[in-house]
Design a protein around this ligand. Structure first.
Ligand SMILES: [Zn+2]
Length: 703
């Protein structure tokens, strides 16, 4: 993105771009830039998406009549995450996710309705499957035998709970919606079983899921529109049904998927439900159904839903939107929050749509929210989380913030306990699923580096050779990524490298020699050649400081460097407010001023920022204020009338430019994900006629 790029313009051009991409993908790759064949036989080109093809025999592709996918998930375990991402996973294992059986009453094994052979007992709803969904995958991606064994204890019991009718797990759910079944918790448990199967190949899973969906298939169609959560989220079933169909070929599954699509919440004609987590899951539904419908309008509908939500409620940095609990007209300020469940479900949706469409923009969106919002929703040790993460959030106390935010009660302080019941369990899949999507197979028997992080992938390519690619990088804290090939025999295959939307200059070297390539944002560089053991590829994704202005939020300004958004570094005082010594709860209070407006260079806003790279190796946990690898220095002035309101919320933004007579200060910005207290969308200081006084006001009385 360029400095001062108007978000309205950006959105319109992205809309156009997505339309074009969909057409391109559907037709072929005729528009790919001409490939350059180098002297060493490398064919290098830039494409908007990998070709849709079912010609990859090594991995599960969509079975006809479903549309073939351009990008395919590799079996869980193929990718070994390293670097800071591995450390997040290790911290997650040591944190509350790894110990939820000790902390959460919903994760007590004894007499649990999910594990009882007759499905009788306690906790028969979403919490246990939410937790197990990420907990199992955490074990698989870390290859942590203790976690794998613990998860398996639960999964074995779930698999043994199926009755002759096909239903498994809690029997009460069969009739809990005024006599109709509540199908929602099973959608989550199906994800648990899918991952378990991908990792183990356990022979019990496909028959169990087939029998279960036979039971679902006996339901009257109107039951798919029953209840609130199951009706709105039934798109989650489609993904599981296609997953199962691709493995069994049972065509009745597609008839079932069509009936569910036609009777669930309509997400094809726009957004009609404004609950933040429902949106984060539901918006993608037409994009998933596109595989079966085979019409571009469905893929476009998912993009349109995203644009609708972000255009109204996502007018600030961080990759999320204002939904605390629902989106509310008049509440789009960056002080509004996004639920942690929303963050991880948005990531999951973006991961799915990346594979379905091949459009790298979805991977950009995934990185944006993963780097900027997910880490801030958790304490740096991953031993506690909060419910709502806001781009502007200067105090995390436990007191009620309603009606400033919609939910009453504690939403901001950090806790590992049931005060945040859904998020406490559901956050588990955020980082493990992310780690499973770093690398994808391509329809044309290649490999794609989709989400960049230090890692190692082993996969079959080309004519069936097994290769390992190790990826070394501190990305997103560095703009250089190095890949090394290990292969027993030379193997020809295409290697796809994602070119992010913010990267205006990318370059590639193979074994130290520059590859001629017309790189452009929102595309892939494709390097097709016979790769040999020891080959190395260096990808440089030039990062620049850039400033975004948010017209719909009072012309506020935010600062990015590559995929990272930056926040004011605010001194933090952590104060224990409950919990146990092993699992404490904390409030966080500011110890330094936060009410700054940025002093920008009008002609070149990005020029006002100085990037400081902290020396030494990357900290194991870089998402902490004092370990932040990158800082920005900026000029700013205090706005004395900008205060917290009587609820403790940061005051709403007022129109920029803003007058200030205070002296210039130099402030420090750190990556948003490292800041548990932050201002990320700033007022801009002005001196001209258009500059306004900041009005003193108690925001509580404002709409
Ligand atoms: Zn939640």
């Amino acid at each position: 993105m360029t400095a001062s790029l108007n978000p309205t313009f950006q959105r319109r051009s992205l809309d156009h771009l997505v339309t074009v991409l969909a057409l391109l993908t559907a037709v072929c790759l005729a528009s790919a830039s001409r490939s350059h064949a180098a002297a060493d036989g490398t064919e290098a080109k830039v494409v908007e998406a990998p070709p849709t093809s079912s010609a990859n025999p090594f991995y599960i592709t969509n079975r006809a009549p479903l549309l073939p996918g351009p990008l395919l998930k590799l079996p869980i375990g193929s990718i070994v995450p390293k670097g800071w991402l591995r450390h997040q996973l290790e911290l997650e294992a040591q944190g509350f996710t790894g110990h939820l059986e000790e902390i959460s009453k919903w994760c007590r094994f004894e007499t649990n309705a999910w594990t009882d052979p007759q499905g009788q007992g306690h906790s028969g709803w979403e919490e246990l499957p939410y937790w197990l969904k990420g907990y199992g995958d955490l074990g698989y991606v870390l290859k942590d035998e203790t976690i794998i064994a613990h998860a398996r204890k639960w999964i074995d019991a779930v698999l043994a709970s199926q009755g002759p009718d096909g239903w498994f797990g809690p029997r009460s759910l069969q009739t809990s919606l005024e006599g109709k079944p509540d199908l929602w918790p099973h959608m989550v448990m199906c994800n648990v079983l899918q991952s378990f199967y991908e990792f183990t190949g356990d022979q019990r899973v496909l028959p169990l899921l087939t029998k279960y969906f036979r039971w679902v298939n006996m339901q009257q169609s109107k039951n798919f529109g029953a209840g609130y959560w199951p009706k709105v989220r039934a798109g989650d079933s489609l993904e599981t049904i296609y997953w199962l169909y691709n493995r069994t070929g049972d065509t009745w599954l597609l008839d079932l998927a069509k009936r569910i699509h036609e009777h669930m919440q309509d997400w094809t004609s726009g957004v009609h439900d404004w609950h933040n987590v429902n949106i984060s899951q539901g918006f993608r539904e037409p994009g998933v159904y596109y595989l079966q419908a085979r019409e571009d309008q469905f893929l476009r509908a998912a993009e349109h839903n995203y644009q609708t939500v972000m255009g109204r409620y996502g007018q600030f940095p961080g990759g999320g939107f204002a939904g605390d609990e629902n989106c509310r007209p008049g509440f789009g300020d960056p002080r509004q929050g996004f639920e942690t469940c929303g963050i991880v479900e948005f990531m999951h949706s973006f991961e799915m749509l990346t594979k379905i469409s091949g459009n790298p923009l979805w991977a950009d969106r995934c990185e944006e929210i993963a780097f900027n919002s997910l880490p801030a929703s958790l304490t740096a040790d991953l031993k506690a989380l909060h419910y709502l993460t806001c781009p502007n959030q200067v105090q995390d106390d436990k007191n009620n913030k309603s009606p400033g935010i919609q939910n009453r009660g504690t939403m901001f302080s950090y806790s590992p306990f049931e005060v945040y019941r859904c998020c406490q369990h559901n956050v588990s899949h955020g980082w493990p699923y992310y780690a499973e999507e770093l690398w994808l197979a391509t329809g044309d028997r290649g490999l794609c580096a989709s989400l960049y992080a230090a890692s190692e992938v082993t996969a079959k390519v080309g004519e069936g050779a097994k290769v390992t690619v190790s990826e070394e990088t501190d990305y997103p804290f560095s703009d250089r990524v190095t890949f090394r090939i290990s292969a027993a025999q030379p193997a020809r295959f295409p290697l796809y490298l994602r070119l992010p939307r913010w990267c205006l200059e990318a370059s590639v070297k193979i074994n130290g020699k520059a590859v001629p390539l017309k790189a452009k944002p929102i595309a892939y560089a494709v390097l097709d050649r016979t790769w040999r053991d020891g080959d190395s590829i260096t990808l440089q994704l030039l990062m620049r400081v850039s400033v975004r202005r948010w017209e719909k939020n009072n012309y506020s300004a935010s600062v990015d460097y590559g995929p990272l958004s930056f926040s004011l570094k605010i001194g933090e005082r952590w104060s224990r407010c409950g919990g146990t010594d092993a699992w404490p709860e904390f409030e966080v209070f500011p110890t330094t001023p936060w009410n700054y407006g940025l002093v920008l260079d009008q002609k070149n806003p990005a020029k006002a920022f100085k990037l400081v790279r902290n020396p030494g190796p990357l900290a194991a946990q870089p998402f902490a204020p004092d370990a932040a690898p990158l800082e920005l220095r900026a000029r700013a002035k205090k706005i004395p009338a900008w205060k917290q309101d009587s609820l403790g919320l940061v005051g709403k933004l007022q129109p920029s430019p803003v007058k200030s007579t205070t002296p210039n200060d130099t402030i420090t910005l750190i990556p948003m994900g490292a800041a548990r207290l932050r201002v990320t969308a700033f007022p801009v200081i002005g001196t001209g006629k258009d500059a306004r006084e900041w009005k003193a006001t108690d925001q509580l009385t404002e709409k």
